[in-house]
Design a protein around this ligand. Sequence first.
Ligand SMILES: [Zn+2]
Length: 477
Amino acid sequence: MSVIKKRFLIILCLVFICSSFFLSSCKKAEEHSSYVLDAVYNDGVLNGKLRYKFVNHYNQPIDHVDFNLHANAYKENSTTKPVTDLNLAKAYPYGISYGYIKILDVEICQQKREFEIFGESDGFLKVSIPTVYDGESVVIDISFETTIPKSKLRLGENEHAVNLADFFPTVCYFSGNDFLHIPYSPIGDPYFSQISDYFVNLTVPSEFSVASCGKPTFTNVEDLNTTYSYELKSARDFAFVLSKNFKVFCQTVNGITVNYYSFTDEGENNLKTAIKALDFLTNTIGKYPYETLTIAESGFLYGGMEFSSLCLINENLGEKEKQLALMHEIAHQWWHGGVSNNQNLCAYIDEGLAEFSVFLMLESSSLPLAEEMILNAKQAYKSFFDLQSVLSGNANTVMERQLSTFKSEYEYVNLCYNKPLIMFYEYYQKFGKVKAVNSLKKLYLSNFGKEIYKDEIIKAFGHGDHFNSFIDGKVII
Ligand SMILES: [Zn+2]
Protein backbone atom coordinates (compact mmCIF):
# COMPACT_ATOMS: atom_id res chain seq x y z
CA MET A 1 0.00 0.00 0.00
CA SER A 2 1.45 3.36 -1.01
CA VAL A 3 1.85 6.31 1.39
CA ILE A 4 -0.55 8.37 -0.74
CA LYS A 5 -3.18 5.66 -0.49
CA LYS A 6 -2.57 5.41 3.26
CA ARG A 7 -2.95 9.17 3.66
CA PHE A 8 -6.07 9.10 1.53
CA LEU A 9 -7.50 6.31 3.67
CA ILE A 10 -6.64 8.13 6.91
CA ILE A 11 -8.32 11.31 5.60
CA LEU A 12 -11.31 9.25 4.47
CA CYS A 13 -11.58 7.62 7.91
CA LEU A 14 -11.30 11.01 9.63
CA VAL A 15 -14.03 12.44 7.39
CA PHE A 16 -16.17 9.40 8.15
CA ILE A 17 -15.58 9.59 11.92
CA CYS A 18 -16.20 13.37 12.00
CA SER A 19 -19.35 13.15 9.89
CA SER A 20 -20.70 10.21 11.94
CA PHE A 21 -19.99 12.16 15.11
CA PHE A 22 -21.71 15.20 13.64
CA LEU A 23 -24.67 13.15 12.43
CA SER A 24 -25.07 11.28 15.70
CA SER A 25 -24.88 14.50 17.72
CA CYS A 26 -27.46 16.09 15.40
CA LYS A 27 -29.66 13.04 15.72
CA LYS A 28 -29.32 13.08 19.49
CA ALA A 29 -30.50 16.68 19.69
CA GLU A 30 -33.47 16.16 17.37
CA GLU A 31 -34.83 12.75 18.20
CA HIS A 32 -38.04 12.73 20.20
CA SER A 33 -39.41 9.78 22.07
CA SER A 34 -41.94 8.01 19.85
CA TYR A 35 -45.13 5.99 19.95
CA VAL A 36 -45.73 3.30 17.33
CA LEU A 37 -49.28 2.17 17.98
CA ASP A 38 -51.29 -0.61 16.36
CA ALA A 39 -54.89 -0.60 17.55
CA VAL A 40 -57.91 -2.65 16.53
CA TYR A 41 -61.35 -1.36 17.50
CA ASN A 42 -64.35 -3.61 17.55
CA ASP A 43 -67.63 -3.36 19.40
CA GLY A 44 -66.59 -1.28 22.40
CA VAL A 45 -63.17 -2.88 22.90
CA LEU A 46 -59.82 -1.75 21.62
CA ASN A 47 -56.85 -4.13 21.42
CA GLY A 48 -53.52 -2.44 21.09
CA LYS A 49 -49.81 -2.96 20.79
CA LEU A 50 -47.67 0.02 21.69
CA ARG A 51 -44.00 0.20 20.81
CA TYR A 52 -42.71 3.15 22.82
CA LYS A 53 -39.19 4.38 22.21
CA PHE A 54 -38.00 6.27 25.25
CA VAL A 55 -35.14 8.65 24.49
CA ASN A 56 -33.31 9.87 27.56
CA HIS A 57 -32.87 13.66 27.25
CA TYR A 58 -32.58 14.21 30.98
CA ASN A 59 -28.84 14.25 31.77
CA GLN A 60 -29.12 11.40 34.25
CA PRO A 61 -29.28 7.60 34.19
CA ILE A 62 -32.87 6.27 34.15
CA ASP A 63 -33.85 2.72 35.10
CA HIS A 64 -37.65 2.79 34.76
CA VAL A 65 -40.33 4.41 32.62
CA ASP A 66 -43.72 5.35 34.08
CA PHE A 67 -46.89 5.61 32.02
CA ASN A 68 -50.34 7.10 32.68
CA LEU A 69 -53.20 4.62 32.41
CA HIS A 70 -55.91 7.26 31.98
CA ALA A 71 -58.54 4.70 30.96
CA ASN A 72 -58.56 3.32 34.52
CA ALA A 73 -60.15 6.56 35.75
CA TYR A 74 -63.33 5.28 34.02
CA LYS A 75 -63.47 2.01 35.97
CA GLU A 76 -65.89 1.00 38.69
CA ASN A 77 -64.90 2.32 42.13
CA SER A 78 -62.41 4.74 40.59
CA THR A 79 -61.28 7.37 43.08
CA THR A 80 -60.12 9.65 40.23
CA LYS A 81 -63.43 9.77 38.36
CA PRO A 82 -63.55 11.42 34.92
CA VAL A 83 -66.64 13.47 35.84
CA THR A 84 -68.07 15.29 38.87
CA ASP A 85 -71.20 13.94 40.59
CA LEU A 86 -73.05 17.00 39.36
CA ASN A 87 -72.50 15.96 35.73
CA LEU A 88 -72.88 12.22 36.18
CA ALA A 89 -76.31 11.97 34.53
CA LYS A 90 -75.26 14.12 31.56
CA ALA A 91 -72.04 12.15 31.07
CA TYR A 92 -73.78 8.77 31.23
CA PRO A 93 -77.21 9.38 29.66
CA TYR A 94 -77.47 5.66 28.80
CA GLY A 95 -76.88 4.55 32.40
CA ILE A 96 -73.63 4.19 34.32
CA SER A 97 -71.00 2.38 32.32
CA TYR A 98 -67.34 1.59 32.97
CA GLY A 99 -64.11 1.52 31.02
CA TYR A 100 -60.60 0.38 31.88
CA ILE A 101 -57.30 -0.72 30.45
CA LYS A 102 -55.74 -4.12 31.01
CA ILE A 103 -52.00 -4.41 30.50
CA LEU A 104 -51.49 -7.84 28.96
CA ASP A 105 -47.76 -7.97 28.44
CA VAL A 106 -44.61 -5.81 28.56
CA GLU A 107 -41.44 -6.72 26.64
CA ILE A 108 -38.06 -5.20 25.89
CA CYS A 109 -36.07 -6.85 23.06
CA GLN A 110 -38.64 -9.66 22.98
CA GLN A 111 -37.92 -10.49 26.64
CA LYS A 112 -40.81 -10.21 29.07
CA ARG A 113 -40.31 -7.46 31.67
CA GLU A 114 -41.79 -7.12 35.08
CA PHE A 115 -44.20 -4.24 35.43
CA GLU A 116 -46.15 -2.68 38.25
CA ILE A 117 -49.55 -1.00 38.14
CA PHE A 118 -49.83 1.54 40.92
CA GLY A 119 -51.41 4.76 42.18
CA GLU A 120 -54.98 5.84 42.73
CA SER A 121 -57.44 3.88 40.56
CA ASP A 122 -54.47 1.92 39.14
CA GLY A 123 -53.66 5.07 37.21
CA PHE A 124 -50.00 4.34 36.44
CA LEU A 125 -47.74 1.66 34.99
CA LYS A 126 -44.08 1.32 35.95
CA VAL A 127 -41.75 -0.63 33.66
CA SER A 128 -38.21 -1.37 34.79
CA ILE A 129 -35.68 -0.94 31.98
CA PRO A 130 -31.95 -1.60 31.56
CA THR A 131 -30.36 1.69 32.67
CA VAL A 132 -30.24 4.24 29.83
CA TYR A 133 -27.88 7.20 29.97
CA ASP A 134 -28.34 10.65 28.46
CA GLY A 135 -28.81 10.39 24.69
CA GLU A 136 -29.51 6.65 24.81
CA SER A 137 -32.86 5.05 24.17
CA VAL A 138 -34.85 1.92 24.94
CA VAL A 139 -37.82 0.39 23.11
CA ILE A 140 -40.68 -0.93 25.26
CA ASP A 141 -43.45 -3.12 23.81
CA ILE A 142 -46.76 -3.02 25.68
CA SER A 143 -49.84 -5.08 24.76
CA PHE A 144 -53.12 -3.84 26.17
CA GLU A 145 -56.88 -4.12 25.92
CA THR A 146 -59.14 -1.14 26.60
CA THR A 147 -62.84 -1.37 27.28
CA ILE A 148 -64.74 1.74 26.26
CA PRO A 149 -67.61 2.98 28.43
CA LYS A 150 -70.90 4.23 27.00
CA SER A 151 -70.51 7.89 27.85
CA LYS A 152 -70.15 11.43 26.57
CA LEU A 153 -66.61 11.71 27.88
CA ARG A 154 -63.17 11.72 26.24
CA LEU A 155 -63.30 7.93 26.20
CA GLY A 156 -66.82 6.85 25.38
CA GLU A 157 -69.36 5.57 22.91
CA ASN A 158 -72.35 7.84 22.36
CA GLU A 159 -75.36 7.79 19.98
CA HIS A 160 -73.48 8.92 16.91
CA ALA A 161 -69.79 8.43 17.54
CA VAL A 162 -67.00 6.85 19.57
CA ASN A 163 -64.57 9.17 21.36
CA LEU A 164 -61.19 7.49 21.56
CA ALA A 165 -58.88 9.48 23.82
CA ASP A 166 -57.26 8.24 27.07
CA PHE A 167 -57.18 4.70 25.65
CA PHE A 168 -53.47 3.82 25.52
CA PRO A 169 -50.55 4.14 27.96
CA THR A 170 -48.90 7.57 27.66
CA VAL A 171 -45.57 8.35 29.25
CA CYS A 172 -45.63 10.46 32.42
CA TYR A 173 -43.92 13.85 32.23
CA PHE A 174 -40.32 13.68 33.38
CA SER A 175 -39.37 16.55 35.67
CA GLY A 176 -36.44 17.03 38.05
CA ASN A 177 -35.25 13.49 38.58
CA ASP A 178 -38.37 11.37 38.13
CA PHE A 179 -41.68 10.98 36.31
CA LEU A 180 -44.61 13.06 37.61
CA HIS A 181 -47.70 11.11 38.64
CA ILE A 182 -50.62 13.41 37.87
CA PRO A 183 -53.88 11.81 38.97
CA TYR A 184 -56.85 11.89 36.61
CA SER A 185 -59.36 14.58 37.57
CA PRO A 186 -63.08 15.17 37.06
CA ILE A 187 -62.28 18.89 36.74
CA GLY A 188 -60.03 20.28 34.02
CA ASP A 189 -57.62 18.46 31.73
CA PRO A 190 -55.24 16.35 33.85
CA TYR A 191 -52.44 16.20 31.28
CA PHE A 192 -48.84 17.26 30.95
CA SER A 193 -46.78 16.00 28.04
CA GLN A 194 -43.55 16.61 26.23
CA ILE A 195 -43.53 16.45 22.46
CA SER A 196 -43.21 13.03 20.84
CA ASP A 197 -43.61 11.52 17.38
CA TYR A 198 -46.59 9.25 16.65
CA PHE A 199 -46.98 6.51 14.03
CA VAL A 200 -50.42 4.99 14.42
CA ASN A 201 -52.46 2.28 12.68
CA LEU A 202 -56.12 1.91 13.57
CA THR A 203 -58.24 -0.95 12.26
CA VAL A 204 -62.03 -0.51 12.40
CA PRO A 205 -65.06 -2.16 10.81
CA SER A 206 -65.26 -0.55 7.36
CA GLU A 207 -68.61 1.18 7.97
CA PHE A 208 -66.83 3.62 10.32
CA SER A 209 -65.24 6.88 9.18
CA VAL A 210 -62.26 7.95 11.28
CA ALA A 211 -61.42 11.50 12.34
CA SER A 212 -57.88 11.42 13.65
CA CYS A 213 -54.88 13.38 14.81
CA GLY A 214 -52.13 13.48 12.21
CA LYS A 215 -51.64 13.04 8.52
CA PRO A 216 -53.07 9.92 6.85
CA THR A 217 -50.29 7.91 5.23
CA PHE A 218 -51.94 4.67 4.12
CA THR A 219 -55.32 2.94 3.97
CA ASN A 220 -55.84 -0.78 3.58
CA VAL A 221 -59.19 -2.56 3.21
CA GLU A 222 -59.25 -6.22 4.13
CA ASP A 223 -62.43 -8.29 4.38
CA LEU A 224 -64.83 -6.17 6.41
CA ASN A 225 -62.20 -4.02 8.10
CA THR A 226 -60.21 -0.97 7.12
CA THR A 227 -56.82 -0.03 8.54
CA TYR A 228 -55.95 3.67 8.56
CA SER A 229 -52.33 4.73 9.11
CA TYR A 230 -51.29 8.14 10.40
CA GLU A 231 -48.15 10.05 11.19
CA LEU A 232 -47.88 13.00 13.56
CA LYS A 233 -44.57 14.52 14.56
CA SER A 234 -43.75 16.80 17.50
CA ALA A 235 -47.14 16.29 19.12
CA ARG A 236 -48.53 16.17 22.65
CA ASP A 237 -51.12 13.39 22.34
CA PHE A 238 -53.12 11.26 19.92
CA ALA A 239 -56.87 10.59 19.70
CA PHE A 240 -59.64 9.54 17.29
CA VAL A 241 -63.36 10.03 16.82
CA LEU A 242 -65.18 7.27 14.90
CA SER A 243 -68.64 7.36 13.41
CA LYS A 244 -70.81 5.56 10.88
CA ASN A 245 -72.66 8.82 10.13
CA PHE A 246 -69.98 11.40 9.47
CA LYS A 247 -70.28 13.88 6.61
CA VAL A 248 -66.80 15.09 5.75
CA PHE A 249 -65.94 18.59 4.54
CA CYS A 250 -62.38 19.26 3.55
CA GLN A 251 -60.17 22.01 2.14
CA THR A 252 -56.41 22.52 1.83
CA VAL A 253 -55.21 26.03 2.66
CA ASN A 254 -51.57 27.12 2.50
CA GLY A 255 -50.47 23.47 2.55
CA ILE A 256 -52.58 22.55 5.61
CA THR A 257 -55.46 20.16 5.07
CA VAL A 258 -58.48 21.10 7.19
CA ASN A 259 -61.14 18.39 7.71
CA TYR A 260 -64.51 18.94 9.36
CA TYR A 261 -66.49 15.83 10.37
CA SER A 262 -70.09 16.59 11.23
CA PHE A 263 -73.53 15.00 11.13
CA THR A 264 -75.22 17.81 9.24
CA ASP A 265 -74.56 20.17 6.32
CA GLU A 266 -73.72 22.86 8.91
CA GLY A 267 -70.25 21.35 8.70
CA GLU A 268 -69.55 23.29 5.53
CA ASN A 269 -70.01 26.63 7.30
CA ASN A 270 -68.05 25.47 10.35
CA LEU A 271 -65.18 24.43 8.07
CA LYS A 272 -65.05 28.07 6.89
CA THR A 273 -64.86 29.27 10.51
CA ALA A 274 -62.06 26.79 11.19
CA ILE A 275 -60.10 28.00 8.15
CA LYS A 276 -60.57 31.65 9.18
CA ALA A 277 -59.35 30.83 12.70
CA LEU A 278 -56.34 28.95 11.36
CA ASP A 279 -55.45 31.86 9.11
CA PHE A 280 -55.95 34.50 11.81
CA LEU A 281 -53.96 32.65 14.47
CA THR A 282 -51.12 31.86 12.07
CA ASN A 283 -50.82 35.55 11.19
CA THR A 284 -51.28 36.77 14.75
CA ILE A 285 -49.29 34.26 16.83
CA GLY A 286 -47.07 32.17 14.56
CA LYS A 287 -46.77 29.00 12.50
CA TYR A 288 -49.41 26.29 12.93
CA PRO A 289 -47.51 23.27 14.30
CA TYR A 290 -48.93 20.46 12.12
CA GLU A 291 -49.73 19.49 8.50
CA THR A 292 -53.43 18.79 9.10
CA LEU A 293 -56.22 20.18 11.26
CA THR A 294 -59.19 17.92 11.89
CA ILE A 295 -62.38 18.86 13.69
CA ALA A 296 -64.86 16.17 14.70
CA GLU A 297 -68.30 16.63 16.20
CA SER A 298 -69.50 14.05 18.69
CA GLY A 299 -71.57 13.56 21.80
CA PHE A 300 -69.55 15.31 24.50
CA LEU A 301 -70.25 16.62 27.98
CA TYR A 302 -68.33 19.88 27.49
CA GLY A 303 -68.02 22.35 24.61
CA GLY A 304 -64.95 20.68 23.18
CA MET A 305 -61.56 19.14 23.75
CA GLU A 306 -58.19 19.71 22.15
CA PHE A 307 -55.66 17.16 20.96
CA SER A 308 -52.66 17.79 18.73
CA SER A 309 -54.15 18.59 15.27
CA LEU A 310 -57.60 17.30 16.33
CA CYS A 311 -60.47 19.19 17.98
CA LEU A 312 -63.49 17.42 19.40
CA ILE A 313 -66.64 19.60 19.39
CA ASN A 314 -69.93 18.90 21.15
CA GLU A 315 -72.46 18.20 18.36
CA ASN A 316 -75.36 19.57 20.42
CA LEU A 317 -74.13 23.13 20.89
CA GLY A 318 -76.13 26.01 19.45
CA GLU A 319 -74.67 27.75 16.41
CA LYS A 320 -72.96 30.60 18.29
CA GLU A 321 -71.61 28.33 21.07
CA LYS A 322 -70.28 25.91 18.45
CA GLN A 323 -68.40 28.67 16.64
CA LEU A 324 -66.89 29.89 19.93
CA ALA A 325 -65.95 26.35 21.01
CA LEU A 326 -64.38 25.77 17.61
CA MET A 327 -62.24 28.90 17.88
CA HIS A 328 -61.22 28.04 21.45
CA GLU A 329 -60.15 24.47 20.57
CA ILE A 330 -58.31 25.65 17.45
CA ALA A 331 -56.46 28.25 19.57
CA HIS A 332 -55.29 25.31 21.74
CA GLN A 333 -53.29 24.08 18.75
CA TRP A 334 -50.95 26.97 19.58
CA TRP A 335 -51.48 26.97 23.36
CA HIS A 336 -51.14 23.27 24.17
CA GLY A 337 -49.84 21.94 20.84
CA GLY A 338 -47.06 24.38 19.95
CA VAL A 339 -46.41 25.69 23.47
CA SER A 340 -47.71 23.68 26.40
CA ASN A 341 -47.85 23.75 30.19
CA ASN A 342 -48.62 21.62 33.20
CA GLN A 343 -52.42 21.49 32.88
CA ASN A 344 -52.69 20.08 36.37
CA LEU A 345 -50.82 22.92 38.09
CA CYS A 346 -51.34 25.90 35.77
CA ALA A 347 -54.46 25.25 33.71
CA TYR A 348 -54.92 29.04 33.52
CA ILE A 349 -52.01 29.27 31.08
CA ASP A 350 -53.32 27.35 28.05
CA GLU A 351 -56.97 28.11 28.84
CA GLY A 352 -56.29 31.81 29.39
CA LEU A 353 -54.12 32.12 26.29
CA ALA A 354 -56.74 30.24 24.21
CA GLU A 355 -59.49 32.54 25.49
CA PHE A 356 -57.43 35.68 24.83
CA SER A 357 -56.67 34.40 21.31
CA VAL A 358 -60.43 33.96 20.74
CA PHE A 359 -60.97 37.52 21.98
CA LEU A 360 -58.45 38.79 19.40
CA MET A 361 -60.19 36.76 16.67
CA LEU A 362 -63.61 38.19 17.60
CA GLU A 363 -62.20 41.68 17.83
CA SER A 364 -60.80 41.40 14.30
CA SER A 365 -64.21 40.49 12.88
CA SER A 366 -66.78 42.07 15.16
CA LEU A 367 -66.19 44.44 18.06
CA PRO A 368 -69.57 43.80 19.79
CA LEU A 369 -68.80 40.05 20.06
CA ALA A 370 -65.36 40.74 21.55
CA GLU A 371 -66.80 43.27 24.00
CA GLU A 372 -69.55 40.82 24.93
CA MET A 373 -66.95 38.13 25.66
CA ILE A 374 -65.08 40.40 28.09
CA LEU A 375 -68.29 41.65 29.70
CA ASN A 376 -69.52 38.08 30.23
CA ALA A 377 -66.17 37.01 31.73
CA LYS A 378 -66.13 40.00 34.11
CA GLN A 379 -69.74 39.54 35.19
CA ALA A 380 -69.29 35.80 35.75
CA TYR A 381 -66.06 36.33 37.69
CA LYS A 382 -67.57 39.06 39.89
CA SER A 383 -70.61 36.90 40.73
CA PHE A 384 -68.28 34.02 41.57
CA PHE A 385 -66.14 36.28 43.76
CA ASP A 386 -69.15 37.73 45.62
CA LEU A 387 -70.65 34.29 46.18
CA GLN A 388 -67.35 32.84 47.44
CA SER A 389 -66.86 35.80 49.76
CA VAL A 390 -70.35 35.37 51.23
CA LEU A 391 -69.96 31.60 51.61
CA SER A 392 -66.47 31.40 53.02
CA GLY A 393 -65.77 34.99 54.03
CA ASN A 394 -62.58 34.90 52.01
CA ALA A 395 -62.60 33.85 48.35
CA ASN A 396 -59.48 31.94 47.30
CA THR A 397 -58.68 33.48 43.93
CA VAL A 398 -55.18 32.05 43.45
CA MET A 399 -54.93 30.83 39.86
CA GLU A 400 -51.87 28.60 40.05
CA ARG A 401 -52.93 25.47 41.94
CA GLN A 402 -53.51 21.75 41.45
CA LEU A 403 -56.76 20.64 39.81
CA SER A 404 -57.60 18.66 42.96
CA THR A 405 -57.91 21.93 44.94
CA PHE A 406 -60.84 23.21 42.85
CA LYS A 407 -64.08 22.49 44.69
CA SER A 408 -66.25 22.74 41.58
CA GLU A 409 -66.21 23.28 37.83
CA TYR A 410 -67.74 26.68 38.57
CA GLU A 411 -64.63 27.68 40.55
CA TYR A 412 -62.30 26.14 37.91
CA VAL A 413 -63.96 27.96 34.99
CA ASN A 414 -63.82 31.30 36.79
CA LEU A 415 -60.18 30.98 37.85
CA CYS A 416 -58.77 29.22 34.77
CA TYR A 417 -60.82 30.77 31.94
CA ASN A 418 -62.50 34.01 33.00
CA LYS A 419 -59.84 35.46 35.30
CA PRO A 420 -56.84 34.82 32.99
CA LEU A 421 -58.86 36.25 30.06
CA ILE A 422 -59.39 39.40 32.14
CA MET A 423 -55.66 39.34 33.05
CA PHE A 424 -54.58 39.36 29.40
CA TYR A 425 -57.36 41.78 28.40
CA GLU A 426 -56.36 44.33 31.07
CA TYR A 427 -52.76 44.08 29.89
CA TYR A 428 -54.01 44.78 26.35
CA GLN A 429 -55.97 47.78 27.66
CA LYS A 430 -53.10 49.19 29.73
CA PHE A 431 -50.18 48.63 27.35
CA GLY A 432 -51.91 48.55 23.96
CA LYS A 433 -52.81 46.00 21.34
CA VAL A 434 -49.48 46.15 19.52
CA LYS A 435 -47.49 45.30 22.64
CA ALA A 436 -49.96 42.57 23.66
CA VAL A 437 -49.88 40.87 20.25
CA ASN A 438 -46.10 41.20 19.91
CA SER A 439 -45.70 39.65 23.37
CA LEU A 440 -47.99 36.77 22.38
CA LYS A 441 -45.85 36.15 19.27
CA LYS A 442 -42.68 36.32 21.35
CA LEU A 443 -44.07 33.88 23.93
CA TYR A 444 -44.93 31.42 21.16
CA LEU A 445 -41.77 31.73 19.12
CA SER A 446 -39.33 31.56 22.00
CA ASN A 447 -41.03 28.55 23.63
CA PHE A 448 -42.18 26.52 20.62
CA GLY A 449 -42.04 22.80 21.39
CA LYS A 450 -41.53 23.51 25.09
CA GLU A 451 -43.59 23.80 28.25
CA ILE A 452 -44.03 27.16 29.99
CA TYR A 453 -44.76 28.52 33.46
CA LYS A 454 -45.68 32.04 34.57
CA ASP A 455 -42.01 33.10 34.37
CA GLU A 456 -42.00 32.63 30.60
CA ILE A 457 -45.21 34.71 30.32
CA ILE A 458 -43.62 37.51 32.34
CA LYS A 459 -40.41 37.26 30.30
CA ALA A 460 -42.37 37.70 27.05
CA PHE A 461 -44.92 40.29 28.22
CA GLY A 462 -42.93 42.11 30.92
CA HIS A 463 -44.84 43.80 33.78
CA GLY A 464 -44.46 40.98 36.29
CA ASP A 465 -46.47 42.95 38.90
CA HIS A 466 -49.52 42.87 36.65
CA PHE A 467 -49.38 39.08 36.15
CA ASN A 468 -48.37 38.24 39.73
CA SER A 469 -51.25 40.26 41.18
CA PHE A 470 -53.72 38.15 39.17
CA ILE A 471 -52.02 34.78 39.56
CA ASP A 472 -51.40 35.16 43.32
CA GLY A 473 -55.00 36.27 43.93
CA LYS A 474 -54.25 39.83 45.09
CA VAL A 475 -55.90 41.90 42.37
CA ILE A 476 -59.44 43.20 42.87
CA ILE A 477 -61.51 42.97 39.70
ZN1 LIG B 1 -59.67 24.90 26.58
